[in-house]
Design a binder for this molecule. Structure first.
Ligand code: GAL
Length: 667
């Protein structure tokens, strides 16, 4: 499918006209307001099942027909959702098996949303049926431009159907060989040798919860269940609307599903971004959000993604819901576009009158008119996005990648040992991503099975688990001239969390890195060690490996404890490339300082030809250079030459002052 799905940035959001059936005059008012706000799209039908199938087999599309037509008449693209995220009460009443069974073994009652069994044949059939009805009805409708499958797939079900499906999945995965499974799960430990697959159940608190291989298998199974549930959902859509792209909305770094695997089944990635602005360190949060954009963009090799949801003002689900500052949403939206988003969409268009989310931010407030700060800001952004229409479809080309792997998120969480209190895997990945983000160097964030060869530098923090073939691919990459950095506790286990024998890092990586790791020390919260790198001192926080350097050059050593004087940072030349090992965790500037050297050695260049002040992010996409101020006050940008200020539509040069939440888009 083409990278350029639209010739404009999609600007819109979740639209729930079905909540206003008794005041349908509001629908025309919505159209008037959408036109005013430069909104060009609406996502409809997400939770509309009880509207379109009020009773089993009884369908009523009159409201949806009217809305689709109105949106089309007003030139809006419709992103049509399938309604499986929440089911009508009749369905749960008649077929209790569709309801989810929680980890405690108790079946939920009807209520909330996302409360369904992923395996239930009845639910799958009902979903397929309603999706077919939708596709039949709207396949020729000119407003239909994209499918939005369900909503934020998540959670898991522990019912008997799922347990049986899990056993069948395991049989396939372990070649129907229980001895093989026993060996790979190391079931001799604590007398857990199984006689048959029928003795296995999902990991739960009151049952088996200490076998990490089981927990990993369960996560993989839950991922595959979601994928097959999704494939079931889209079958009628692919058949009836083969040209309409399909996505489902992901949630930040949600780890209940392996998004990197799921991504391969989507035509494009979309995700819902709700940063915690004004709640702590905005600058840190902005890097974390940039990281997440790059995670999602990298899932499809740099192809643009959709920002399916964001709030135009506040949310309602934090314990305390602080209003983001004026212009924060616009800044945040421009950051998304800079990182590859071809849409800026909101949850939600209009605040609902009742229900759980009535105090959640929306473009249109309860007052119902356009004379609000939020409406004005959305309108301003809508106009600006129109000036960026040419950007759609453009990919980002990165020469550096940080590995942040979904399976490794799980593996790092499940093992017991060393510092059990502090793992922070994703934060560690963000820490090694930040130096590039701060310098305006485009970065991908990839799974460990992605192709390394297109990068000059690959950084893999805490690469605890190695999937089959990863060690060989790292070796190949370095041999051919790549630079690869790993940090502490890397290359320890296989995909069943079984340790590699013969010393760490696993296998031939000892030669690639020119080191052997013999022990690992852990430090409690109130204790820090010391280590030096390039003559500068650093704290050792939480965890550190104790190494022998074999062929590696020692660039840093420990300066405290009984291992003082032993290697703490090493670099090994291997083939045409280099393999670095940072053996300790540091919560301050070690990552920055090492990356500074790596950037120089690998010749990575910034998107900015001018100095990037602290708190500012610069990112090039297509012909556009985004300069975004996430600092808590003004920043001066000293431009290297004359540019065109795309939003002001005038030349721009010299020193430019950017206020807090300010942004410049240059050409
Ligand atoms: C999303 C969800 C929306 C809405 C929103 C509120 O996670 O998809 O339906 O609930 O959160 O922030």
């Amino acid at each position: 499918m083409d990278d350029k799905l639209f010739d404009r940035i999609i600007h819109g959001g979740d639209y729930n006209p079905d909540q206003w059936l008794n005041t349908p005059e509001i629908w025309d008012e919505d159209m008037r307001l959408m036109n005013l706000a430069h909104v060009n799209s609406a996502t409809v039908g997400i939770f509309a099942w009880s509207l379109i199938e009020p009773q089993e087999g009884v369908y009523d599309f009159s409201c949806l027909d009217t809305i689709m037509d109105k949106l089309h008449e007003n030139g809006k693209a419709v992103i049509l959702a399938t309604p499986s995220g929440a089911r009508p009460p009749w369905l749960a009443e008649k077929y209790p098996e569709v309801l989810r069974v929680e980890e405690n073994g108790i079946r939920n009652l009807f209520g909330v949303r996302h409360n369904h069994c992923l395996t239930s044949p009845v639910y799958r059939e009902k979903v397929r049926n309603i999706n077919r009805m939708l596709a039949e009805r709207y396949k020729e409708h000119p407003a239909l431009k994209m499918w939005h499958i369900s909503n934020e797939y998540s959670g898991e079900c522990h019912c008997d159907l799922c347990q049986n499906a899990f056993r069948a999945w395991l049989k396939k995965e372990y070649n129907n060989d229980i001895d093989d499974l026993n060996e790979r799960w190391w079931n001799g430990f604590w007398s857990h040798r199984l006689n048959s697959f029928e003795q296995i159940s999902s990991p739960v608190n009151r049952g088996e919860n200490h076998v990490s291989a089981l927990k990993l298998a369960w996560k993989r199974f839950v991922t595959d269940s979601h994928i097959s549930f999704y494939e079931n959902e889209i079958a009628p859509l692919r058949e009836l609307t083969p040209d309409i792209p399909i996505t489902t909305n992901f949630m930040r770094m949600y780890d209940g599903i392996d998004y990197q695997k799921f991504a391969q089944h989507l035509d494009l990635i979309s995700w819902d971004s709700y940063p915690a602005w004004e709640k702590g360190n905005n600058e840190e949060e902005s890097i974390s959000v940039a990281f997440t954009h790059d995670v999602f963009r990298s899932m499809k090799g740099g192809k643009p993604f959709f920002l399916m949801e964001s709030t135009p003002s506040l949310v309602n689900w934090h314990p305390v819901n602080k209003l983001p500052k004026p212009a924060r949403q616009a800044l945040s939206s421009m950051q998304a576009v800079a990182h590859g988003a071809d849409s800026i969409q909101y949850f939600q268009w209009r605040k609902s009158r009742g229900g759980h989310e009535k105090y959640h931010g929306a473009v249109v407030d309860h007052c119902g008119h356009e004379n609000t700060r939020v409406f004005r800001e959305v309108t301003r952004l809508g106009k600006q996005l129109e000036l960026l229409a040419d950007i759609t479809g453009s990919r980002t080309d990165s020469h550096v990648a940080v590995v942040c792997d979904w399976e490794n998120i799980w593996a790092v969480r499940y093992f017991c040992g060393y510092n059990n209190n502090r793992r922070d895997y994703i934060k560690e990945c963000e820490k090694w991503y930040a130096p590039f983000c701060k310098r305006g160097i485009a970065t991908d964030v990839i799974a460990m099975d992605a192709d390394f060869s297109k990068y000059d530098l690959v950084i893999a923090p805490f690469l605890y688990m190695l999937k089959d073939g990863t060690a060989e691919r790292i070796e190949e990459y370095v041999k051919n001239g790549g630079t690869f950095l790993m940090t502490y506790l890397s290359a320890l286990v296989d995909t069943d969390d079984r340790c590699y024998l013969g010393g760490f890092p696993a296998g031939n990586l000892k030669n690639v890195f020119g080191i052997v790791c013999e022990e690992t020390d852990s430090l409690p919260e109130n204790m820090t060690g010391k280590a030096s790198f390039n003559g500068k001192m650093y704290d050792v926080n939480h965890v550190c490996d104790i190494l022998h350097a074999d062929t590696a050059a020692v660039l840093g050593t420990y300066e405290s404890d009984f291992y003082a004087g032993t290697p703490a940072v090493t670099k090994n030349t291997f083939g045409k490339g280099a393999a670095w090992y940072a053996a300790f965790r540091n919560d301050d500037c070690l990552a920055n300082d090492i990356c500074q050297q790596l950037i120089a050695e690998t010749g990575l260049v910034s998107d900015a030809a001018f100095p990037v002040p602290d708190g500012v992010q610069v990112r090039k996409r297509g012909d556009f250079l985004f300069v975004l101020n996430f600092a808590d006050d003004n920043r001066s940008i000293c431009l290297d030459k004359e540019y065109t200020d795309v939003l002001a539509e005038c030349p721009c040069s010299g020193t430019v002052s950017l206020p807090e939440c300010g942004y410049l888009i240059l050409k």
